[in-house]
Design a protein. Structure first.
Length: 287
């Protein structure tokens, strides 16, 4: 994870060195060599993903500087805020390390899970979740509206299973459990969100140099206090990714660059609007 970026760019390698110093343990070694089960601990996964994303950003140099907007999916919001200068990498790294720890503890106190629903729009999925909530007495709801026809639901175990069955009955083409043991972006994260909001109060957030499209609002935020509130609220509210993409497209965005090692968001973009251009970091780094 991130090894190829470091071989390609000294700027990317420097990001990993900075992460090791800030965290006080060799995150770079964990990313490059594992073990996988330790990397999959969300307290490590979150700073690892942020580090790889910022390493990719630094490897790109000036290629992205003319961006009209920045946005990130869930944890990716912190990478977006680093890109826009609202947070330093070091500040963001410590924040996501604590975010991961709090979410892990919340999952231990209030176990739950998540599932991807394919083939239904967000409104139909939410209707299925409402039926499941009524039938089970627990909570399940939309966690990520990723793109048309791909929605993730989140909730406690009993309600989640009821939601899966309700989605299938509503005509979902496929419903797949995700390999997580927490109910992210749901009320089950309320304690973690409250604690994380206090952590956010101790950090200086600067006005972003580029408008930041927040998951919680699907619209631009530029005031530090608005950003702080949205980052705390994000743990319990849905990731409104489809709306965020459409807002940016409606306001003139015709090319999107996915900063990071993968191409998941580029795929979501294509399914949201095939007329706009989507580039991965690998594509953008080509001469």
């Amino acid at each position: 994870m991130g090894r190829e970026l470091c071989a390609l760019s000294t700027a990317a390698a420097d990001v990993f060195s900075r992460a090791d110093r800030v965290l006080g343990f060799p995150l770079s070694q964990l990313c490059f060599e594992g073990p996988r089960e330790l990397l999959d601990d969300t307290a490590n996964t979150q700073p690892a993903i942020l580090t790889v994303s910022v390493a990719a950003l630094q490897a790109m140099g000036e290629r992205w500087r003319e961006a009209a907007f920045v946005a990130g999916h869930s944890l990716g919001e912190f990478s977006a805020l680093v890109a826009a200068g609202a947070l330093t990498f070091e500040e963001a790294l410590l924040l996501v390390r604590e975010r991961g720890r709090l979410m892990k503890e919340a999952g231990q106190r209030s176990p739950g899970g998540m599932a991807a629903v394919i083939g239904l729009d967000a409104a139909a999925v939410e209707e299925a979740c409402a039926q499941a909530r009524q039938a089970s007495g627990g909570y399940v709801g939309v966690a990520n509206d990723n793109c048309p026809g791909q929605v993730v639901i989140s909730g406690d175990e009993t309600a989640l299973q009821a939601g899966i069955e309700a989605a299938k009955e509503a005509g979902a083409r496929r419903v797949a459990r995700l390999a997580v043991s927490i109910a992210a972006h749901s009320p089950l994260m309320a304690e973690a969100a409250a604690a994380f909001q206090q952590v956010l109060e101790s950090v200086t957030i600067r006005p972003p140099s580029t408008p930041f499209i927040a998951n919680a609002t699907a619209s631009p935020l530029t005031a530090p206090e608005q950003i702080r509130e949205a980052l705390g609220r994000q743990l319990t509210s849905p990731v409104r990714w489809t709306e965020s993409l459409r807002w940016m497209i409606d306001h003139g965005a015709a090319r999107f660059i996915e900063i990071g090692p993968g191409e998941v968001l580029t795929g979501l973009l294509r399914r949201t609007d095939s007329a706009v251009e989507g580039l991965t970091t690998t594509m953008a780094l080509q001469p």
